[in-house]
Design a protein around this ligand. Structure first.
Ligand code: SF4
Length: 351
């Protein structure tokens, strides 16, 4: 009996420049065609036929094997301060969130790296439902392209700090970094990209060895294991001492400063004693602390710290000579914390 093969096409945006080049050369096409195709993809053409300097045989090959993945904007919410939160629909009907923010130096986007997340941080709205699946590199790129397409804005900075733990999707995130940074594509400099982890220790060592100029942020949120264990279950696997060892390795290897993110939660991690413990932990390290007044999340009891406690906390850190900033609050009038837009979309779809 003759077998009938089903040809499955794949999203060409999931290929790095090198993968595309290797593939075309293997198929007998000239190497420089990869460069032409790559440039067209990131000029945002939607059909291979629009790549008007390619011969018919390559266009046929591309059409037979690939498609150009495009994410649709399902919903968006604009804050009074100009921050826009987007909900993007993926091809399998999953949805991810990303947030466009305006800063002095230009526009920054906070993207998701997974659909859902399995890290289970107790203050996070993305945790419910756990991890659905990893995003492919092309889908992360499309978060940026879809928002640029819809808003007409050129994005200059990326933070991978939306839904998901980027180091739990390590290989695709590395492919994403290399593709977005490529000079013939979107070409966002590594120094304009920040990757934020909840503390997956083995991946921090691996990332240090990648030798990328990209910024690293660690979600710390407490300098005490007993508190961090409750806020971030990952701490039960890799405690603060192990995390700090990995951070020291990263700093030594890259000579790059780490940003420690610290969400201030009323009565949980915002006392003077907490600030002193944090200062003891980080004093002398090549680092910077970013304090974040927590966004209240529907369904949990955490409250934002009082302004006085925030000021006192910050002063203790400053007095210890550690650079510290208080994150400007953006978009608090739209569905606050990450994960909430997707959550309300899923609830609406279910109801
Ligand atoms: S805070 Fe980040 S790492 Fe933690 S559960 Fe939420 S998305 Fe995952």
């Amino acid at each position: 009996m003759m077998e009938v093969g089903i040809m499955v096409k794949s999203n060409i945006k999931n290929l790095t420049y090198e993968e595309l080049e290797r593939l075309l050369v293997d198929k007998g096409f000239p190497r420089y065609r990869a460069n032409q195709i790559f440039k067209w993809i990131y000029k945002d053409v939607e059909e291979f036929e629009d790549m008007n300097n390619l011969p018919k045989d390559i266009i046929n090959y591309l059409n037979d094997n690939f498609y150009i993945g495009i994410a649709r904007v399902i919903d968006k919410q604009q804050s009074k301060d100009g921050t826009i939160k987007y909900l993007l629909g993926l091809e399998d009907n999953n949805a991810v969130e990303c947030v466009l923010m305006k800063y002095k130096h230009g526009y920054s986007i906070c993207i998701s790296s997974q659909v859902g997340c399995r890290m289970n941080c107790s203050f996070c709205a993305s945790t419910e439902g756990g991890l659905v699946r990893n995003l492919r590199s092309g889908e992360m790129i499309e978060e940026i392209m879809a928002v640029e397409r819809e808003s007409g804005i050129k994005i200059s900075n990326i933070v991978i700090m939306g839904i998901g733990e980027p180091f739990d999707n390590y290989d695709e995130v590395m492919k994403f970094l290399r593709t977005i940074n490529h000079r013939d594509g979107i070409n966002i400099g590594m120094r304009h990209i920040t990757i934020s982890t909840s503390g997956l220790v083995p991946a921090i060592y691996k990332f240090a060895d990648e030798n990328l100029q990209c910024n690293l942020a660690i979600s710390l949120h407490s300098a005490k294991d007993e508190i961090r264990n409750k806020l971030m279950p990952i701490n039960r696997k890799y405690n603060i001492a192990e995390l700090m060892k990995a951070c020291d390795y990263y700093i030594e290897k890259t000579n790059r400063r780490i940003t420690f993110e610290y969400a201030l939660i009323d009565g949980i991690n915002d006392s003077k004693e907490d600030a002193k413990a944090l200062s003891r932990l980080l004093k002398g390290k090549l680092c910077h602390i970013n304090l974040i007044p927590i966004n209240p999340v529907k369904g949990n009891e955490y409250k934002r710290s009082e302004l006085n406690s925030i000021k006192e906390f910050m002063k203790i850190i400053k007095d210890n000579g550690i650079p510290v900033t208080l994150r400007r609050e953006l978009g608090t009038d739209i569905e606050g914390a990450c994960g909430q837009l997707r959550k309300s979309y899923l609830n609406d779809s279910v109801n």
